[in-house]
Write a protein that binds this ligand. Structure first.
Ligand SMILES: Nc1ncnc2c1ncn2[C@@H]1O[C@H](COP(=O)(O)OP(=O)(O)OP(=O)(O)O)[C@@H](O)[C@H]1O
Ligand SMILES: [Mg+2]
Length: 484
C-alpha cells in the first residue's frame, strides 16, 4: 500500500552488509522552501505532486517521510588519478521508491548535512550548484541521455561558507541507484570476498537481471557495464557535453550520468575544451572522455579480478582482453552516432573521411558544434558567412551526394538528423546567468525560462532563438567552479 503522498519505499540497499552504509538522518534546516519542484517527475514516480509541492519540509530533513530509512553510502574513488576513501559526505539516501510500474528509484537529498563520511566538509551545498545540477540533469534527460534526475531544489534559509557566504540549498536527486565504480573499489578494499560477491549479486539483480545465472558473473557484469558506459559517453560526445569530473566515484553501474559539478556543454568545436577550474591538465577534456572512461573501467575490472578467476594470471588476462575491446566497441558506436548526426543510412568506406573532414573544418573555423549540425538540416547550403567558403561548399556537395545514395529518401535523413542534433542545449553562459539571478537577486525567472527551452531540445521553436546563440566573445565562460 502506498503511504502518504504516494511514497512506496522498499529499501533493499539497507539490507546489504552494514559495511556498505551508515544509518544517518538528514539534518534539519532553518526555513525550507522549494525553489524548483518537478511535477512531471513526481508523477512519473507515482507521487501526489500537488500535495507534495506544499511540503518542502520532507525534502530538507525537517520531517521524515513514512517508510524512509535514511543512510549515507560508503564508497571510495580515484580522484584525478589517486584513490581515496569518500562516501556520501553531504548526501543522504531517503529510500527506494517503487513507481506504478514496479521500477525502483533512489530518492536522495544532496546537501543534507554532515554524515559519518563528511571528513572536513560541512555536508551542505550552495543554491547555484544545486540549480546547475537540476538544469543539466533535466536537460540531458530531455536529450534522451541516461541520467540521474532532479525532483526538487529546496532553499534551506541558511548560508553556506565557501569563498563567500552563499544561500544554501538541497537537491532531491532521483537515480536508478547510486552504486558507483567507487562503491566496488570500497568493497574490494574491505578484503572480504563475501561482501564483494553480495554487491555483485545485488547490482546484477537491480540493473542487469538478464545476467543472473551467467557462467562468469563478474566478467559478464564488467562487460555489461562497459557497454552502458560506452553508450553514455557516445551520447555525451553527440551533444558536446563535458562532464568535468570523471572520477571513478562519479561513474555509475547503472550507466546514468551523475554529479554535475564543473560540467558544461561545448560551444565552438574543440576536442580540448575543458571547463573545470581544477582540471589543469585537461584530464577530463571533451576529447578525453572516451579514454578516461576506459581508464575508469580498468579500475572497475581490478575490483572484480578475484571473482573472475581463482588464478590471478588468468583473471588478469580475461579482464585485459575484455577491456581492450573497449576501443573497437566505442569506435563502432561513435561512428553509428555520427552517421545519424549526418543522416547517413548504411555505410560506405568514404564515410569516415566525410565525418573527419567536417570535424576538422569545424575545429579550424571555431564553428559552433550544436548549430553547425542543426544548420545542415536546412535545404541547400546553410545560411551564414562561414558556409560560403570553397572548402565548406566542397564538403557540402560530397555530403549531399552521399545522401542521394542513401537507401532511404532525403526526408528520412532529415528526420534522423532532427532527432539526433539538438537545437537547444544548456549553453554555459545562459546557465551562469540563470544561476546568478537566482543566487544574487532571488530571481528564478531566467531559470524557469531556460528549463522551458530545454524541455524540447529537438523542436524548432522560434521562441527558443535566444537559447540557440553561442556566447558573444565577451560573455564566454571558460571555467565553471567546482560544485560546492
Ligand atoms: N560540503 C561537503 N561536505 C562534506 N562532504 C562533501 C562536501 N562536498 C563534497 N563532499 C564529498 O566529497 C566527495 C567528492 O565530491 P563530489 O563533488 O564528487 O561529490 P558530490 O557532488 O558531493 O556528490 P555526488 O557524487 O553524490 O553527486 C564526495 O564523497 C562528497 O560527498
Ligand atoms: Mg561525486
Amino acid at each position: 500500500m502506498p503511504s502518504a503522498f504516494g511514497f512506496r519505499f522498499d529499501n533493499t540497499y539497507r539490507r546489504l552488509p552494514e559495511a556498505l552504509f551508515s544509518d544517518c538522518l538528514p539534518q534539519p534546516v532553518s526555513t525550507p522552501a522549494f525553489v524548483l519542484f518537478n511535477d512531471n517527475l513526481a508523477q512519473e514516480l507515482g507521487l501526489d505532486s500537488e500535495a507534495l509541492s506544499e511540503h518542502p519540509e520532507f525534502f530538507s530533513g525537517n520531517e521524515l517521510l513514512a517508510g524512509s530509512e535514511p543512510i549515507a553510502q560508503a564508497y571510495a574513488g580515484h580522484q584525478f588519478g589517486s584513490l581515496t576513501m569518500l562516501g556520501d559526505g553531504r548526501a543522504v539516501l531517503l529510500g527506494e521508491q517503487l513507481d506504478g510500474h514496479g521500477q525502483r528509484h533512489d530518492i536522495q537529498l544532496k546537501g543534507a548535512g554532515r554524515t559519518p563520511f563528511s571528513r572536513g566538509g560541512d555536508g551542505r551545498a550552495a543554491l547555484g550548484p544545486m540549480l546547475r545540477e537540476y538544469i543539466v540533469s533535466e536537460a540531458l534527460h530531455a536529450l534522451n541521455i541516461a541520467t540521474t534526475r532532479s525532483l526538487a531544489v529546496t532553499r534551506t534559509g541558511d548560508r553556506v561558507r565557501r569563498d563567500t557566504l552563499l544561500p544554501g540549498a538541497i537537491l532531491t536527486r532521483v537515480a536508478a541507484s547510486h552504486i558507483r565504480v567507487g562503491t566496488f573499489q570500497y568493497a574490494a578494499g574491505q578484503q572480504d570476498p563475501v561482501l564483494l560477491e553480495k554487491l555483485v549479486d545485488y547490482t546484477i539483480a537491480r540493473h542487469y537481471p538478464a545476467l543472473e545465472g551467467a557462467e562468469n558473473k563478474a566478467l559478464a557484469l564488467f562487460e555489461a557495464v562497459m557497454d552502458r558506459q560506452i553508450d553514455l559517453v557516445v551520447d555525451w560526445m553527440r551533444v558536446g557535453f563535458i562532464h568535468g569530473v570523471l572520477n571513478t566515484d562519479n561513474v555509475t553501474l547503472s550507466g546514468e550520468s551523475i554529479d554535475f559539478g564543473p560540467c558544461a556543454f561545448m560551444d565552438r568545436f574543440d576536442p580540448n575544451t575543458v571547463f573545470s577550474s581544477i582540471d589543469h591538465q585537461g584530464r577530463y577534456a571533451y576529447g578525453n572522455q572516451p579514454s578516461i572512461t576506459q581508464w575508469n573501467l580498468g579500475r572497475f575490472a581490478e575490483t572484480l579480478l578475484r571473482m573472475m578467476d581463482d588464478n590471478t594470471d588468468i583473471a588478469i588476462e580475461k579482464a585485459t582482453t575484455s577491456l581492450k575491446s573497449f576501443s573497437l566497441r566505442y569506435e563502432e558506436k561513435w561512428r553509428a552516432m555520427m552517421n545519424k548526426k549526418l543522416g547517413l543510412f548504411g555505410s560506405e568506406t568514404e564515410d569516415d573521411t566525410l565525418i573527419a573532414d567536417l570535424l576538422t573544418w569545424m575545429h579550424a573555423q571555431n564553428a559552433d558544434y550544436t548549430n553547425t549540425f542543426r544548420d545542415l538540416i536546412q535545404d541547400g547550403l546553410p545560411d551564414g558567412e562561414q558556409y560560403q567558403s570553397e572548402a565548406f561548399q566542397h564538403w557540402h556537395q560530397r555530403w549531399r551526394a552521399r545522401l542521394a545514395r542513401n537507401s532511404k529518401p532525403l526526408a528520412s535523413s532529415l528526420c534522423l538528423m532532427r532527432n539526433h542534433n539538438p537545437a537547444v542545449i544548456p549553453r554555459n553562459h545562459l546557465v551562469e546567468q540563470a544561476l546568478q539571478a537566482a543566487s544574487e537577486d532571488n530571481d528564478m525567472t531566467p531559470t524557469h525560462a531556460l528549463l522551458q527551452a530545454l524541455s524540447a531540445p529537438y523542436a524548432d521553436r522560434d521562441s527558443d532563438d535566444r537559447y540557440r546563440q553561442p556566447a558573444a566573445p565577451c560573455e564566454q565562460v571558460h571555467q565553471t567552479f567546482c560544485g560546492t
